[in-house]
Design a protein around this ligand. Structure first.
Ligand code: NAD
Length: 381
């Protein structure tokens, strides 16, 4: 079986789908691994290392794709929105495994159907214990959570740790994390390591224990959060009245904070606006908001993707694709996730798409040219 790994083309995307360390496992499972020349260079993985581990380097993208029975990518489909025809050279009936953003209509999906491709969207890996090693969203959220704190610290005029010096005592910075999912918990841990005093808030009260286990204080508001969690453990979309009341209660917490990290997301929906312009106005001069939800519209009303907006001396940072900014480790994690997913479909060196396996069926979006999950039909038309 020919497994090909093209270089990522999306602007600013530095990750690679497979790193050299995972090549031997795939080879052992019966795959011939082909890597586009320089595919791992931007993330620190050189062609020589891939070769040493048993992969073959192909210098023409067209030739590489023409060999493919399986394509492993970080971004394809709507997640590589600027390259709708990127997979036009893959043979019919090839398999694509990547982040696809399948909830967004995109012309590339037309090509998937025309070429009778079978495509798996890694964003749809279920949040179960067995699937944990394949969960790219959690891996990338961890990287983003870590990086968000470094960005906050760089933009802040304050240092994070308490310091007792001959020139006086420096108080530790106040960090407030909104949304304690995977990214938020990693942000809390990172801010604690840097010595900040950390508070966090989430509408899922189940996260209180996790926040406290990291040594942060869980902020509670007098709000009815009874229906805030779905059966899968995700936050549900709340009413506008709920968000209005939440913003009212949150204003005082923001005013006490030097750095605010927002990570609140509702799967499949635009991010809820939790911080309005007037709340920013009430914050202390010099404070910083790092909005990790910027790619999904932002948790702060003032957020602009990929920009730092300065409003009344508060900096609102809207980073884009943070995982790519730590491309070496992000690729290492992505590569482990994608190869575990791939190997789960190999039995006795043979390709085996077992639809009884919930991980496989959850991620399968189209098969041999037909949309597999009917709820996605509108995005593939
Ligand atoms: P996410 O990225 O969907 O959202 C980030 C956080 O924002 C969530 O904690 C959410 O509750 C919170 N949020 C949403 N609206 C909010 C609001 N109005 N105010 C404050 N916070 C708000 O979250 P995630 O990282 O995907 O994690 C969601 C859950 O899934 C967590 O319980 C996490 O532990 C769990 N999880 C489980 C697995 C697994 O079992 N394999 C893997 C990953 C995550």
């Amino acid at each position: 079986m020919n497994v090909v790994v093209p270089k990522e083309l999306f602007p600013g995307e530095l990750r690679v789908a497979l790193i050299p360390a995972q090549v031997p496992q795939l080879v052992q499972a019966g795959a011939h691994v082909f890597i586009e020349q320089g595919a791992g260079e931007a993330s620190g993985y050189i062609d020589e290392e891939y070769k040493k581990k048993g992969a073959e380097i192909v210098n023409s993208r067209k030739n590489l794709l023409a060999k493919a029975q399986v394509v492993l990518k970080v971004r394809a489909g709507a997640a590589d929105s600027e390259h709708p025809n990127d997979l036009k050279d893959v043979p019919e009936e090839a398999v694509v495994i990547a982040m696809l953003e399948p909830y967004m209509r995109h012309e590339s999906f037309g090509l998937f159907l025309k070429k009778k491709l079978t495509a798996f969207s890694l964003e749809r890996v279920p949040r179960t214990t067995r699937a944990q090693a394949m969960d790219v969203l959690s891996s990338m959220a961890s990287v983003a959570g870590y990086k968000s704190v470094l960005i906050g610290a760089m933009h802040s005029q304050k240092m994070f740790p308490m310091m007792m010096t001959a020139a006086g005592t420096i108080r530790s910075a106040e960090v407030f994390v909104i949304g304690a999912g995977v990214a938020g918990l990693q942000a809390i841990a990172t801010a604690k390591r840097l010595g900040a005093h950390v508070r966090a808030y989430d509408i899922r009260t189940a996260s209180k224990e996790q926040v406290e286990s990291l040594g942060a204080r869980f902020v509670e508001f007098d709000l009815d959060t009874g229906s805030s969690e779905s059966n899968q453990g995700y936050a549900k979309q709340m009413s506008e009245e709920f968000y209005r009341r939440q913003r009212e209660l949150m204003t005082a917490e923001l005013a006490k904070s030097d750095v605010v990290i927002t990570t609140a997301a509702v799967p499949g929906k635009k991010a809820p606006v939790l911080i309005t312009a007037s709340m920013v106005d009430a914050m202390t001069d010099g404070s910083v908001i790092v909005d990790l939800a910027a790619e999904r519209g932002g948790n702060c009303e003032l957020t602009k993707l990929n920009e730092t907006v300065v409003a009344k001396n508060v900096r609102v940072v809207g980073p884009n694709n943070l995982a790519s900014s730590s491309a070496y480790h992000a690729s290492q994690m992505f590569s482990k996730n994608i190869s575990t997913f791939f190997l789960n479909m190999i039995k006795d060196k043979q390709w085996n798409i077992d639809l009884e396996d919930d991980i496989i069926s959850s991620c399968l979006v189209c098969r041999n040219g037909s949309v597999f999950d009917e709820s996605l039909t509108e995005y593939f038309s």
